[in-house]
Write a protein that binds this ligand. Structure first.
Ligand code: MN
Length: 279
C-alpha cells in the first residue's frame, strides 16, 4: 500500500477560503445528466430552492461533455438549460464552484461563463470559517488500482490530445463518445459497482496530510459512505466522505440522490435528500 506514493505524486491544490457569509455549503457530484427526466427535474427543483451560499459540484455533472460548442448548437438545448439554471442560482447570490469528473473533463471557459461558475482544480482545499480544512476531489485520480483507467486518464487529460479531439466536427465527437460510452457501459454491467477499483486509502491519507486537511470529500465511486483513514501516528482523525451519485430515472436500479451539507453551528456535514435540502 505505501508503495503507491512515489508513482502517484500528490497534486498541488488550490486554497479556497469560505467567505464569512457562507452559512450553508452544499456538495453534490455524479449527476451524470444527459437529458430531461426525473434526475434533472429533481436537481432543478433543488437548485431553485437551496439556501446554500456556495454549491460545489464535484465532477460528472454531465454524463458526457464533447466541448463547449454544444452551447451554441440547437441540438443540445438540454445542456444549455443546465448551464442557465446554474447561472440563475448564481444570480441569486450562490457561488457555483465546479470540478471536472472523468466524464465531463472537457468543460471549459465558455461553460463557466454561461453558468456563472468557477472551475476549481482537482484537488482543492476548502477552509471553513472554523479553520477546518476540507480536501475536495472528484476522486478518480485516487482509484489507482484501475491501471487501465489511470493510463486512459493520463492520455485524455493531455492538452494536446484534447486539442486534437476538439478540432473534430461536433457530430464526429458525439459519435466517438457514444462508442466509448457503449464500451464503458458494457464494462460497468460486467463488473458492477463493487467490481470497480475503489479509492486507495493510503494515497487518500497522503493527500490529506500533504494538504493539512482532515476530511476528504469526493464522488466518482458511487459508493456513498464515510471511512476513517487515520493511522496510529496521526495527530487527528482523518476521514473521507463519499458522495452519492444521482439516479432517479425509473428502471435504472435503486433510486439515489444526496446533498452533503455544511451549516454554520452544526457539528458536522449532513446527508440530505434533494427534497430535504430544498427547503
Ligand atoms: Mn466519475
Amino acid at each position: 500500500m505505501s508503495t503507491s506514493a512515489p508513482t502517484h505524486p500528490i497534486p498541488a491544490a488550490e486554497l479556497l477560503l469560505a467567505e464569512a457569509g457562507w452559512h450553508t455549503i452544499d456538495c453534490i457530484s455524479d449527476l451524470h445528466l444527459q437529458q430531461d427526466g426525473a434526475t434533472w427535474q429533481t436537481l432543478r427543483h433543488y437548485l431553485r430552492q437551496t439556501p446554500a451560499q456556495a454549491l460545489f459540484l464535484l465532477g460528472d455533472i454531465f454524463e458526457v461533455w464533447v466541448g463547449d460548442d454544444v452551447l451554441d448548437d440547437a441540438g443540445h438545448a438540454f445542456e444549455q438549460q443546465v448551464a442557465d439554471e446554474l447561472a440563475a442560482l448564481a444570480a441569486r447570490g450562490c457561488q457555483v464552484l465546479l470540478m471536472h469528473g472523468n466524464r465531463d473533463f472537457l468543460l471549459a471557459q465558455a461553460f463557466c461563463e454561461r453558468a456563472r461558475a468557477r472551475m476549481l482544480p482537482d484537488p482543492s482545499v476548502l477552509q471553513l470559517p472554523d479553520g477546518e480544512r476540507v480536501l475536495l476531489s472528484h476522486g478518480d485520480a485516487l482509484c489507482i488500482d484501475d491501471v487501465a483507467y489511470m493510463q486512459f486518464r493520463q492520455t485524455v487529460r493531455n492538452p494536446a490530445v484534447q486539442q486534437q479531439f476538439l478540432q473534430q466536427p461536433l457530430a464526429a465527437r458525439v459519435a466517438m463518445t457514444q462508442q466509448m460510452r457503449a464500451q464503458s457501459d458494457a464494462r460497468k454491467n460486467a463488473l458492477g459497482v463493487e467490481g470497480y477499483a475503489d479509492v486507495d486509502a493510503e494515497l487518500a491519507r497522503a493527500w490529506l496530510l500533504a494538504h493539512d486537511a482532515t476530511t476528504l470529500i469526493h464522488g466518482h465511486t458511487h459508493r456513498p459512505g464515510e471511512h476513517a483513514l487515520q493511522q496510529p501516528q496521526d495527530r487527528c482523525a482523518l476521514r473521507r466522505i463519499v458522495l452519492s451519485d444521482w439516479e432517479l430515472e425509473p428502471g435504472h436500479g435503486p433510486q439515489r440522490a444526496q446533498v452533503l451539507r455544511w451549516q454554520a453551528g452544526s457539528p458536522d456535514w449532513q446527508r440530505l435528500s434533494p427534497a430535504a435540502a430544498a427547503v
